[in-house]
Design a binder for this molecule. Structure first.
Ligand code: C5P
Length: 287
């Protein structure tokens, strides 16, 4: 996350993520899945602006979006859920005017909504001067969604376990570059998890992490077969990729590892010309 502040306003730029590895370990009694995933943060950002009004205690959200799809500006939005939760737990009555600029495609597996929620927790903890600790913010993050803790940690790479909320930052490896493509339709996370079949012999994240730190990238995502079965159009998009490639999270975005930023930009132009209805861009791991 990047922060810019002046006396009255705080701007938070909060990143997207890619899952380079995702394995399902089992189904849990609470309806969620136990997983192991390796996530990296990339340089595509949503921006949130926080301002505390002087004359009222209301919470308001306005959304300006550069991506297709409906983004609610009411209590369905995780930003307002985060703000309400923070107010309730901290016993705070202050108001906030929040403006959200969306650049991260939605229902894409890029973690945009979770990243916004993490930014809301950090930003409002600051502008309301609540002084909640990192641990307390992590507890709230876990209630909001499985990926929110990763963004709260503000790390460039991490192994995440449990529902995804147990985050273990990984020491810096090589900076990777990607071509990322959203096919123009989203996928419901719950539907993809439901359609996924769990392997009898799950693959091993330790092996993946060791390879990553040595510069090898053999991507793995247990959810991708389920996503393609729900949306066969995703299989067509995947065929446009030539290098190591895979799906992020529960989809629908697909990505390829490129040798350099320059190659990523060139490849993104090619994929975009083949799939003009989607959103395709080059992205690099944050350093
Ligand atoms: O936690 P989040 O809101 O991102 O999860 C959305 C849905 O995805 C959950 O309601 C659940 O159906 C599914 N999910 C799951 N196991 C996880 C994470 C998400 O089954 N570890």
């Amino acid at each position: 996350m990047l922060f810019q502040r002046n006396e009255q306003r705080l701007l938070v730029h909060t990143p997207a993520k890619l899952n380079l590895y995702l394995e399902i370990i089992g189904r849990r009694d609470d309806g969620f899945h136990e997983l192991e995933t390796f996530m990296v943060s990339v340089d595509l950002y949503d921006t949130l602006r926080f301002q505390v009004p002087r004359d009222h205690n209301d919470l308001s959200l306005t959304v300006c979006s550069q991506v297709p799809g409906d983004i609610p500006a009411d209590e369905r939005n995780l930003v307002l859920k985060a703000a309400e939760l923070l107010r309730e737990r901290a016993g705070c009555a202050a108001g906030a005017e929040i403006a959200l600029l969306k650049r991260i495609p939605v229902q894409a597996g890029l973690g945009g909504g979770s990243s916004d929620a993490a930014a809301a927790l950090v930003g409002l903890n600051d502008v309301w001067a609540l002084g909640l600790s990192r641990r307390e913010l992590h507890e709230l993050a876990a209630e909001l969604g499985s990926d929110v803790n990763f963004f709260l940690e503000q790390t460039r790479a991490a192994v995440c376990r449990g529902r995804g909320e147990l985050v273990q930052p990984v020491k810096p490896g090589p900076q990777l570059h990607f071509v990322v493509s959203h096919p123009g339709f989203g996928l419901s996370t719950a539907d993809v998890f439901r359609a996924c079949s769990i392997s009898d012999c799950p693959s091993n994240i330790e092996e993946f992490t060791r390879g990553f730190l040595r510069g090898h990238t053999s991507l793995h995502n247990r959810l991708s077969a389920a996503a393609v079965s729900l949306e066969p159009g995703l299989g067509e998009l995947a065929e446009a990729f030539v290098g190591p490639n895979g799906m992020t999270g529960s989809g629908s975005a697909w990505f390829e590892v490129a040798k350099s930023r320059r190659t990523a930009v060139r490849r993104a132009n090619l994929v975009r010309s083949r799939f003009p209805l989607g959103i395709t861009f080059a992205a690099s791991m944050n350093i």
